[in-house]
Design a protein. Structure first.
Length: 131
């Protein structure tokens, strides 16, 4: 099963919720920072390779979440679908409003890619059953 199948379920789920969607595949560091700074973008999903301290944007660049520790950027939700090994604060802790952090998905030590796919499918199926 491909990770892309999971992403398809996530996109279908967001469409059912009538969310406007912007997809960035392998953004540069500058593109990622522009996405974060965009005040119209309130919810972010990061899907790919990472750790508790950062995320791989593409084959050459990654971001360290601690780079945002003094940031004025505020998001409603950030969902982290990547590995979470190691110590350190994640992006949710730096950028999401404190009252919204429980809504956000973050990794745990036992989560694998198949878990993401199943999670996205469950979101999609629950939303689809409402109609």
């Amino acid at each position: 099963i491909s990770t892309y199948l999971g992403v398809e379920y996530l996109l279908n789920y967001l469409e059912l919720k009538n969310k406007r969607i912007k997809v960035s595949i392998t953004p540069s560091r500058d593109e990622f920072n522009n996405i974060l700074k965009d005040k119209k973008i309130r919810i972010i999903y990061l899907i790919g390779h990472g750790s508790s301290r950062g995320f791989e944007l593409n084959k050459k660049e990654g971001v360290s979440y601690s780079d945002y520790k003094d940031s004025k950027i505020v998001k409603d939700e950030i969902h982290l679908y990547h590995c979470g090994h190691g110590d350190g604060k994640n992006l949710i802790e730096y950028l999401v409003k404190k009252e919204n952090r429980k809504k956000c998905h973050k990794y745990n030590d036992k989560e694998m890619v198949i878990s993401y796919i199943l999670n996205f499918y469950d979101l999609y199926k629950k939303e689809k059953n409402k109609y």
